[in-house]
Design a binder for this molecule. Structure first.
Ligand code: GDP
Length: 338
């Protein structure tokens, strides 16, 4: 284990004022507090979040996903610079499911988006680490709130399109953008139908050079594929377009569509409805995770699980009955502790 040196911390109001003044250094330090698992930092982090909460929410939250190599970082760099030219302040956050399992990370290893990172109105924060996707999503969600309070009005949350993390990103954003490549079926790209179904827009990236024709063809194919999905509750019909990040083609169109979407859902009430739903869901997800953690951490449960597994396998007890017994035992162990 590394030697642990206690970190110097500011007090809650210094963080809060710094964030509200748009101070990037203090914002970064506050995010470090939020990402920390130390008990004192957790207390500090709750205070910061509680205070900045009323100042958060004034942004459009955009989720961006696609398999490694599809061009996410190149796209975000060009898109981010375009938005900054339009006068926006842009924060880029990421959820990287790979970093939970191994030290290696699909998103974080290379130096990404250097040009964007150097702009005054951009803020880029690599993925938080954690043991569970829920934990990482919590930290990214709270980081998003801090960025909003610091004045960032476009939040881009990026993830790798290979696992559960797309759902986590979808559940904390207003608009979900899927980057794809031409010339490969969606199975080949490892994109599951469920992810396509979540997309408000599919962008066929790298539509340049020899790829232009293939990209136009892929666009038609995806347009057809999207027709089979039921109409979304937002009232928005997902769009497919082509773009080239390296040639800077089609980037403005992506923003035009996001603007159209925002106008529609603000008018029809879906924007607020969805945000409210997401907030409530966020709470339930936390309850579910914490209950699960408490359950499996309980010594009473730990000592019985193996035995009960054997009884299930030898048909001494049904899986349903076994689950009921364990839950009962868990409830009793909680009562004993009172
Ligand atoms: P990520 O893993 O999804 O973040 O993908 P990257 O942004 O790192 O891009 C992967 C590779 O594709 C890099 O070599 C990029 O230069 C290249 N690339 C990205 N966007 C484009 C594009 O629009 N056109 C072409 N031709 N290449 C691109």
């Amino acid at each position: 284990m590394k030697n642990y040196k206690p970190k110097k911390r500011l007090n809650a109001s210094e963080y809060i004022n710094g964030i509200l003044n748009g101070d990037r250094v203090i914002l970064s330090q506050a995010i470090t507090v939020i990402e920390s698992n130390l008990e004192n930092d957790k207390i500090l982090s709750k205070k910061i979040i509680q205070e900045i909460l009323p100042k958060s929410g004034n942004s459009i939250r955009i989720g961006i996903t696609g398999v490694p190599g599809v061009g996410k970082s190149t796209f975000i760099e060009v898109f981010g610079k375009y938005l900054i030219d339009q006068g926006y302040k842009v924060a880029v956050l990421s959820i990287d499911p790979s970093s939970q399992r191994s030290k290696g990370s699909i998103l974080g290893d290379k130096t990404r988006m250097e040009e964007l990172a150097n702009l005054e109105n951009a803020y880029i924060r690599p993925s938080a680490s954690g043991d569970t996707l829920g934990g990482v999503a919590n930290k990214t969600g709270e980081t998003m709130l801090l960025c909003e309070a610091a004045g960032y009005d476009v939040i881009l949350i990026e993830t790798v399109g290979v696992g559960q993390s797309e759902t986590a990103v979808h559940d904390m954003t207003d608009f979900f953008l899927l980057l794809m490549l031409s010339g490969a079926g969606d199975e080949l790209q490892g994109i599951k139908k469920g992810i396509m179904e979540m997309a408000d827009m599919i962008v066929i990236n790298k539509a340049d050079g020899d790829n232009v024709k293939k990209s136009e063809f892929a666009k038609l194919q995806y347009q057809n594929a999207l027709h089979i999905f039921p109409q979304s509750e937002s009232g928005w019909v997902p769009v497919v377009s082509t773009a080239s990040s390296t040639k800077n083609i089609g980037i403005d169109h992506v923003w035009d569509k996001i603007t159209d979407y925002k106008k529609l859902v603000l008018e029809n009430g879906y924007f607020d409805k969805n945000r409210n739903y997401q907030q409530i869901q966020w709470m339930y997800n936390n309850i579910n995770e914490e209950l699960k953690r408490l359950f499996y951490a309980s010594e009473d449960i730990k000592s019985h699980l193996k035995k009960i597994e054997k009884e299930i396998v030898s048909s001494k007890i049904s899986p349903v009955k076994a689950a009921q017994l364990l839950i009962k035992e868990f409830k009793n162990s909680l009562l004993k502790r009172q």
